[in-house]
Design a binder for this molecule. Structure first.
Ligand SMILES: [Zn+2]
Length: 258
């Protein structure tokens, strides 16, 4: 990997976890309900749930290797286990219209990016696309908004909505790793207008959750097919269901590919 040393150099300091509290308090316009516990609150999340979330985040984002680790999977660095309050907040954000969680979840996604010093230079950040059915149901692409939120605060504007689904896929929930890979094979393509932009370009992939890695493998395949160099993926969360899958601090990204 040509830029693998990025994980071994001293990275910029992560913002303290108290930053999450600050972000959650930014929306002071109207009292509402905490997105996790439902208590009346000013902002998206109450103090207690903000503390739960801060406690769930890994102190340092971790390299995550699903088991089995599918060929073609970029190195994946995640901010937290996919469980508890973060799982609730992602569902509320994506499916329950709690888009007021955008600054808070953007701050979570920013943690692995900051730990890796990404995006750097002319690197592009490309989110995994939502299915066409999900876009119709939700009216927008919540992951694209999250990527823009996370990257914009780093003073970088290189988020490219470059991938799109080219066929229907079944719901991945409940499928094993082989079924997921088959379900997704050939599912994504690079938008024609983005092909020239991506040729030879380093790319950071973004997804909300990594489970078997099948979604990231398919997204990386589509990007590499037009000449992009996909070397790392970042996610907010990683499922911990694979007993032999590993997570650890990214001392170096060398040799972490499947
Ligand atoms: Zn709460």
């Amino acid at each position: 990997m040509s830029r693998g040393a990025a994980g071994s150099r001293p990275g910029p300091r992560l913002r303290p976890l108290g930053h999450l509290l600050w972000v959650s308090l930014l929306d002071l316009a109207l009292p509402g309900r905490c997105a996790a516990c439902g208590e009346p609150v000013i902002g998206a999340l109450c103090h207690r749930c903000t503390d739960f979330l801060a406690g769930q985040l890994w102190t340092q984002p971790r390299v995550t290797r699903p088991d089995p680790c599918p060929p073609g999977l970029p190195v994946v660095v995640a901010a937290a286990p996919y469980a508890g309050i973060l799982r609730m907040l992602l569902t509320a954000y994506k499916d329950d219209d709690r888009r007021d969680l955008l600054p808070l979840l953007g701050a979570v996604l920013r943690r692995p990016l900051t730990a890796l010093g990404r995006p750097a230079g002319d690197e592009l950040v490309v989110p995994v696309p939502s299915s066409r059915a999900a876009v119709r149901r939700r009216g927008d692409s919540p992951l694209l908004a999250l990527a823009r939120e996370a990257v914009g605060a780093l003073g970088h504007d290189g988020v490219a909505d470059a991938l799109h689904p080219v066929r229907r896929v079944a719901d991945q929930a409940g499928l094993g790793h082989q079924a997921r890979a088959g379900n997704l094979a050939g599912a994504y393509s690079v938008r024609p207008a983005a092909r020239a932009l991506l040729s030879g370009r380093p790319v950071v992939l973004v997804d909300d959750v990594v489970t078997t890695g099948a979604t990231l493998v398919e997204a990386a395949r589509a990007l590499r097919a037009v000449g992009a160099r996909v070397e790392v993926a970042v996610t907010l969360a990683a499922t911990q269901r694979q007993p032999r899958g590993t997570t650890r601090a990214p001392r170096s990204l060398e040799g972490e590919e499947c």
